[in-house]
Ligand binder design. Structure first.
Ligand code: COA
Length: 401
């Protein structure tokens, strides 16, 4: 990590232009802020209509290939999916993916990502770097002035070396990096970890990168969940207020919570040999009890937000905007209502679910990235995630500048 004893020459930056590395204030404040965010969106997208057509073809082929066994009661016939159900139950109308054609091929129904040699960037690092570069550019930050990289995501493509270290290397960052996985809450847990480094004076500039290629762990043959996920990468730059650009978000407080539950689970791992091939062992892919998740997580998260707001002396009803985890439109409606005390409109609780689907830990960061520029200095907001574990994370922010 870069030494902290750079010389001081610019005591304040009220004008909004950023200090160069040499000019930076060495007096770390220990106050973490979000300096900028970045987003990579895959060019390919699957509409509900395309998804359901492929799924229903698979169902028809399965039922006809197993007609005798179904007739004899030995095999259960599969049932069609429906666009209307998906939109009503989840709020999702499309999702971006890294590998569209094989997912829609009823004989494959899984992404096909070419194996890359070790001397080429791996795909998670590649998309993470694109998001990270955008965050750095928006902050006016030179990569060489970043101290650490956290790759916070639900599904790492390999055990080691850490994706974070590959991203760090690609960006030319000195210091350190490591991977962390808290499923859908990985990004907010990463933000708190980065903020704690800043609070402790261990780092002044930390990238939290969340490349989420969720299509690899989704069971595209499972009617209950085949519509849920999409691929994306986000990045958030957490910095000490002393070196942050004028247009930043002060981090007022962060709070994390985990409560064990089997209701969202993925048993894929390095101690078993199952793989999400075309025949895909469903036990080694994403499974969930969606109804239970809905019922149990909504009150847990709403209470956590309200409690933390009060601890920070904030009126939850006064939060200008909620950037909630993007898993289900109904869940977000209920959580926002409990927090704000009234039904939230799109301006108060924006959604990206419609076009991105559930992008695991990246969802609330996409919402923040796309829907935060219009807020004015002094406005408070909340980035909040929830998901498997169960895990939940809150990051209360106030627009600075
Ligand atoms: N097409 C048509 N009908 C479907 C369907 C599909 N693809 N999938 C399920 N259904 C049917 C079911 O068979 C059931 O029919 P029945 O009432 O006749 O038995 C009915 O729709 C309701 O199913 P259910 O699973 O209870 O739906 P739901 O309203 O709970 O919605 C989810 C499902 C997954 C969208 C919703 O539970 C959810 O989003 N939960 C939260 C999940 C979450 O946040 N997970 C975190 C992941 S990181």
């Amino acid at each position: 990590m870069r030494a902290m004893q750079d010389t001081l020459s610019s005591p304040s930056r009220a004008t909004g232009e950023r200090a160069s590395h040499e000019e930076q204030d060495p007096a770390v404040t220990g106050r973490p802020v979000i300096s900028a965010s970045g987003l990579f969106t895959p060019s390919e997208s699957i509409s509900n209509e395309e998804l359901v057509a492929s799924f229903n073809t698979y169902v028809d082929r399965f039922n006809s290939a197993n007609a005798a066994a179904i007739e004899a009661g030995e095999v259960d016939a599969l049932t069609h999916s429906s666009v209307e159900f998906i939109e009503k139950a989840s709020g999702i109308t499309a999702r971006h993916v890294m590998s569209k054609a094989p997912i829609l091929d009823p004989e494959i129904m899984a992404p096909r990502l070419e194996d890359r040699p070790n001397d080429e960037p791996s795909i998670m690092a590649e998309i993470g770097v694109i998001a990270a570069r955008q965050a750095l550019e928006r902050a006016g930050r030179d990569a060489k002035d970043v101290d650490a990289v956290l790759c916070a995501a639900s599904n790492m493509q390999r055990a080691y070396p850490a994706m974070a270290i590959e991203i760090q290397h690609a960006l030319g960052i000195e210091g350190f990096g490591f991977d962390m996985n808290v499923a859908c809450s990985s990004a907010t847990f990463g933000i708190q970890t980065a903020a704690d480094y800043v609070r402790a004076g261990h780092a002044r500039s930390v990238l939290v990168v969340s490349p989420e290629i969720t299509s690899g762990h989704l069971n595209w043959r499972d009617r209950d969940s085949h519509f849920i996920f999409g691929d994306v990468a986000t990045a958030v730059l957490i910095e000490d207020a002393a070196i942050a650009p004028n247009a930043h978000w002060e981090i007022l407080g962060t709070r994390l919570k985990t409560v064990f539950s089997n209701n969202i689970r993925n048993n894929f791992g390095f101690l078993n040999r199952a793989h999400p091939e075309s025949a895909g062992d469903p036990d080694k892919l994403f499974i969930q009890e969606g109804r239970k998740v809905f019922k149990e997580v909504v009150p847990m998260v709403a209470e956590m937000i309200v409690e933390e707001a009060h601890r920070l002396d904030l009126d939850p009803a006064g939060l200008r905007r909620l950037w909630l985890h993007q898993a289900n439109a109904g869940m977000n409606r209920l959580i926002a209502q409990r927090v704000l005390g009234h039904e939230a409109n799109d301006d108060e609780s924006p959604t990206v679910l419609d076009t991105y689907g559930n992008t695991s830990s990246a969802g609330s960061i996409i919402a923040f990235h796309l829907h935060s520029e219009d807020l004015v200095s002094g406005d408070t907001g909340l980035i909040c995630s929830f998901g498997a574990g169960y895990s939940a994370g809150t990051v209360f922010v106030r627009k600075g500048g």
